[in-house]
Ligand binder design. Structure first.
Ligand SMILES: CC(C)(COP(=O)(O)OP(=O)(O)OC[C@H]1O[C@@H](n2cnc3c(N)ncnc32)[C@H](O)[C@@H]1OP(=O)(O)O)[C@@H](O)C(=O)NCCC(=O)NCCS
Length: 369
């Protein structure tokens, strides 16, 4: 039997949350480009309820989320200990997400509270590692604006807040990607929300998934810091059979619709913050990769520069991706719970066939005397 590797192209279940069919990303029927100017909380509401909120509902939802953006003192106490460790922030986040499930009410907690706590958890990890005090959320600000404020310690300008909302919206969901599918598998066993999120964080951590954004910026730094030729750099990687991070996609073979929007934001921010050198390198590499390999930039490629221009450190890029995607993970966990069906596929066995234990055991333990 010819099986598709990595479940490529295999439809494993139905979903009402989002779709990438035909290379177009839609959330509950709305094209991503139309949602990009919305607010993160409006899109989260859409993902969770399959409809846009009424004005009063949206305000109530924003207030609810922002009011929950504080951690129980027990979580903060444990986090102070865990987050100082020298490990990568994604390793800290993996442990810290699991800790959230022990310092909150696993049986009663619902998605709004859990999403809010995850955002604060991630901002706290960042602040603790930087040795900076944690900021309280501002009740007047939106969810993404507050998250950016808590990450950087500075109130964002209106324009930066708008851009950050767009980035969070574009990362909020992506049908059955690896981390979301992982969350759904765990949810299908009737495990609690925190367990599903912990598993999702583990899947997102890898460089072929969420870990790519950090590596994109490492590549840009290596090129710019060493005054290297971007094309030679990339050629060298390809010659050594290494991936060029931020390119290619399992689903989008003709371009990632999120990348086009992110490219514009990266260009604007790079100009404003005098980071054009990185953007110029990105444009050169993107043109080369398309011509030589037929590969387009994916969501991580320009996001890396956006985060850098907003003053965020490279090793925080993937935890921020996790923060944005928590909305999608929770949407899928809720959908999977409604289905109430265990995910348990089958495999084709290709190992040795028809062996005789007693005969082989005799030979391996006694030798062939
Ligand atoms: C995302 C990714 C895992 C998709 O993988 P996939 O659908 O399984 O595609 P494959 O890895 O089979 O790639 C198909 C071909 O394109 C090449 N390719 C794909 N992405 C590449 C990249 N980023 N750099 C160089 N070559 C790449 C592969 O080497 C392969 O070439 P081959 O047929 O000569 O062996 C892959 O493109 C990748 O590793 N990208 C870099 C990591 C990244 O940016 N991840 C974030 C995804 S949003």
């Amino acid at each position: 039997m010819d099986l598709p590797k990595g479940l490529a192209g295999v439809i494993v279940d139905e979903t009402e949350i989002s779709s990438t069919a035909g290379g177009k990303l839609i959330y509950s029927g709305y094209p991503i480009a139309e949602l990009a100017d919305s607010t993160y909380e409006e899109v989260v509401f859409l993902l969770w309820h399959s409809r846009l909120p009424m004005k009063a509902e949206l305000e109530a939802f924003r207030k609810e989320l922002v009011s929950e953006m504080v951690l129980p003192s027990e979580s903060t106490r444990l986090l102070l200990y865990v987050a100082k460790e020298p490990q990568h922030p994604m390793s800290i986040l993996r442990t810290a997400t699991s800790l959230l499930g022990t310092t909150n009410n696993v049986k009663q907690d619902e998605p709004p509270k859990i999403l809010a706590k995850m955002l604060t958890l991630i901002a706290s990890i960042v602040r603790i590692r930087q040795g900076e005090p944690m900021k309280e959320p501002d009740p007047k600000l939106g969810v993404a604006d507050n998250f950016l404020y808590m990450l950087t310690g500075k109130k964002p300008t209106l324009e930066h807040a708008k851009m950050f909302n767009t980035v969070m919206i574009l990362h909020a969901d992506h049908e059955f990607n690896a981390s979301t599918f992982t969350a759904r598998v765990v949810a299908s066993t009737s495990a609690d929300y925190y367990s599903c999120l912990t598993a999702a964080v583990c899947a997102l951590k890898g460089p072929l998934h969420g870990g790519a954004n950090e590596r994109v910026f490492r590549m840009l730094e290596e090129i710019v810091d060493n005054d290297a030729d971007p094309i030679e750099y990339v050629k060298d990687r390809i010659a050594n059979k290494l991936k060029v991070m931020g390119f290619g996609h399992r689903v989008y073979k003709n371009g990632d619709p999120r990348a086009a929007i992110l490219r514009d934001i990266a260009e604007k921010l790079a100009k404003e913050t005098h980071n054009e050198k990185y953007f110029d390198v990105q444009i050169k590499i993107a043109a080369f990769m398309l011509e030589e390999k037929g590969l387009h930039p994916n969501v991580d490629y320009y996001t890396a520069l956006v985060y850098h221009c907003l003053g965020l450190e490279r090793d925080l890029f993937t935890p921020i991706f996790a923060a944005c995607r928590t909305a999608g993970w929770l949407a899928h966990v809720m959908e999977q719970r409604r289905e109430s069906c265990l995910i348990r596929p089958s495999s084709e066995y290709v190992g040795p066939k028809a062996r005789e234990y007693y005969k082989d055991h005799y030979v391996t333990t006694k030798g062939d005397i």
